[in-house]
Design a protein around this ligand. Structure first.
Ligand code: EPU
Length: 339
């Protein structure tokens, strides 16, 4: 039975670096550990929170339940042919470690997702994405265990109901399952996705004319580390808000007032507008409020300059939301989970 600790600070376990306490805290190293926790009669009644890399969390108060830190490890190729390899990864593996494993084995499909913070198990929850690729593009299935019954399920691509930073784990299955492993289908014959402007430009700067998955990964790492703050140095959880999707008509109207407003057509009826641009236009970029603020290089990233509490960050997020709504009539919603 894994050790249950009491009144543990979660500061080392969330990339925002917020200092709140968990009433109970444990770490699981295997599925067996997890089942022992789930089946323990004394722990049964406690609310449970599963923690991976803690990179998409904002804690605003102490957690009066059991926090379960996921340390499940292991990556292996479970099937392959000339064109594809099926790779199964335990959910507690660091996402970037998994990406590097694939690149080293010559498997393509996740190189654009290099350096995204967090774990393999957290990746499907919000269908992580960057530079034109989302996890759903390479997803095969996942295994998850119900956190109160211990029942194990296997979910396929369709069953996960992936959308933009969305999945069933943010809807019907919210806080109900512990993802134990994720299986991906990766390719041996690579189709590179370098259409995202910054990648092309960076490859040119790197003087690479015939890129491969290694080069694309390097370019993505370069772009990310040049504009996204390193959580080890400055607390943050990546993009705080999702990019809003608005009706084409509303976009066209706004364009008459703000001709330089960027937007990407997602369907014939809606346009995705970069929340970072909207926030910057409201004057938040680089602005500090107490111990928190919007980052100078990417206003969509809220940061903890040190000693911020979760309420402070949440209040700043609220003020930003309010000003974007007031200026543009657009609602922006958090991507980060707020507890
Ligand atoms: N922009 C501004 N001001 C800012 C920030 C951005 O004007 O302060 C403009 C940029 O000039 C650019 C546009 O907004 O034209 C888009 O910016 P960027 O390429 O940085 O991408 P994003 O839409 O802000 C999304 C993801 C990121 C992902 C990047 C690259 C969301 C919420 N965020 O950001 O994901 O890395 O695209 O694909 O979809 C994350 O989810 O935590 C994350 C970092």
């Amino acid at each position: 039975m894994p050790l249950i600790k009491e009144n543990i600070s979660l500061q080392p376990y969330n990339t925002f670096g917020i200092d709140i306490k968990a009433r109970y805290f444990t770490e699981v190293n295997s599925e067996q550990d997890l089942l022992e926790i789930i089946n323990d009669p004394q722990l049964k009644q406690l609310p449970k929170l599963i923690l991976g890399g803690g990179s998409n969390m904002l804690f605003t108060k102490d957690y009066n339940g059991l926090v379960i830190k996921n340390n499940l490890r292991g990556i292996s190729i479970v099937a392959e042919d000339d064109a594809f390899a099926t790779v199964k990864a335990a959910s507690g593996e660091t996402w970037h470690h998994f990406v590097l494993y694939c690149i080293e084995k010559g498997l393509g499909g996740v190189e654009n997702l290099s350096l995204i913070p967090g774990t393999v198990g957290a990746a499907p929850i919000q269908n992580i994405g960057a530079y034109g690729v989302e996890i759903r593009n390479v997803f095969e299935n996942l295994e998850a265990v119900h956190i109160s019954t211990g029942e194990k399920i296997l979910l396929t691509l369709n069953e996960c109901q992936f959308g933009y930073r969305e999945s069933i784990f943010k809807k019907d299955y919210k806080d109900k399952y512990f993802i134990v492993s994720v299986t991906f289908k990766l390719s041996k014959k690579h189709t590179l996705n370098t259409s995202y402007g910054a990648i092309q430009k960076t490859l040119e700067e790197m003087q690479i004319t015939e890129p491969d998955i290694v080069a694309v990964s390097k370019a993505v790492c370069h772009i990310r580390s040049s504009k996204l703050p390193d959580p080890a140095k400055l607390g943050n959880a990546g993009s705080f808000f999702k990019n809003p999707e608005i009706p084409v008509q509303q976009y066209q109207q706004l364009k008459t007032i703000y001709p330089e407003m960027p937007g990407y057509i997602t369907t014939s009826e809606s346009v995705k507008v970069p929340a970072g641009w909207l926030i910057e236009q409201c004057g938040w970029r680089g602005k500090r409020v107490g111990n928190t603020g919007s980052h100078k290089d990417q206003s969509l990233v809220l940061v903890n300059y040190g000693g911020a509490n979760g309420e402070e960050v949440k209040n700043l997020a609220y003020e930003i939301q309010r000003s974007v709504k007031e200026k543009f009539g657009i609602e922006i919603n958090p991507e980060v989970n707020i507890f």
